[in-house]
Design a protein. Structure first.
Length: 146
């Protein structure tokens, strides 16, 4: 759950009813190894909550949490430096994950490949390198076959 929750931080967990859990909340549940895990709620159905760790924004995998392993909702985090974070005020991360992340994928592709126009520009430069014109007046073209 980095950067909000790191090893050594103290979590203040409130025991709440299952129906009060909403997308964006950070909940705590017990895994098969009897460890407590904190993840952000992405989606909630009647008997299942789908969660994801904030540190794994690009991961497509979510975990399914059932009522019997649900412990509660993280209300506050006391950082190692003593600073207190109100986790209910930090639910905007949920909206970033849900709406901005898919857009970031598109932006990343456009930045990585620098749009189709640069591809066309590279092709044009390649053509200019292989084709030489003979004089200004002639329409003859010689293709360099090297």
């Amino acid at each position: 759950m980095k950067p909000w929750i790191e090893e050594g931080d103290v979590l203040f967990i409130q025991s709440i009813a299952w129906d009060k859990v909403k997308p964006g909340n950070i909940i705590v549940y017990e895994n098969k190894k009897n460890s407590w895990i904190a993840h952000r709620v992405m989606k909630k159905e009647q008997n299942i909550i789908f969660t994801k760790a904030d540190a794994c924004l690009r991961c497509k995998a979510t975990e399914m949490i059932f009522r019997d392993i649900f412990i509660g909702r993280v209300e506050f985090v006391k950082k190692k430096n003593g600073k207190m974070l109100n986790m209910r005020m930090m639910q905007s991360t949920y909206y970033i994950i849900k709406y901005l992340l898919p857009l970031w994928g598109i932006i990343h592709v456009l930045l990585k490949y620098k749009s189709p126009f640069l591809i066309l520009q590279k092709i044009t430069v390649k053509i200019k390198q292989t084709v030489r014109f003979i004089g200004k007046d002639t329409k003859n073209v010689i293709i360099n076959q090297n």
